[in-house]
Design a protein around this ligand. Sequence first.
Ligand code: TYD
Length: 135
Amino acid sequence: MDMAEPRLIYLPKILDDRGNLTFVEEKKHLPFIINRVYWIYDVPGGEFRGSHAFRKNEEMIAALSGSFDVVLHDGKREYRFSLNRSYDAVYVPGMVWRRMENFSTNSLAIVLSSTHFDPDDYIRDYDLFLKEAAR
Ligand code: TYD
């Protein structure tokens, strides 16, 4: 398993007539320790989120409700993941440019992060990202 490659993570699903259940355990389903959780909701139609990279922070992104696309670029190639199931997630390593788009109405994105919030970890300039990714 290449830790540095963006990829889909298929989380366990416990199917039940009373309602389904999914869970995630750090180090087991994720290659990092969870230090922060945030969620994105009430995204207006046509809006996008992201358009930045993190130098160190690694993340897992899932669509708990609705659907959206996660578009990633590692400086060499683009990856596009369409999330629309509560048990599918995307692993985003550090130094990957990311953008989230095509949010459906009432979509809910959950993001598990390996670091606490640190504005200095962000790269918000794409040309600077390409320069740092090439190092
Ligand atoms: P940002 O990461 O730029 O949002 P997105 O990538 O989804 O477009 O964050 C938006 C604002 O929220 C920015 O001012 C930083 C703040 N923020 C925090 O204070 N803590 C956090 O954990 C996150 C993710 C963002």
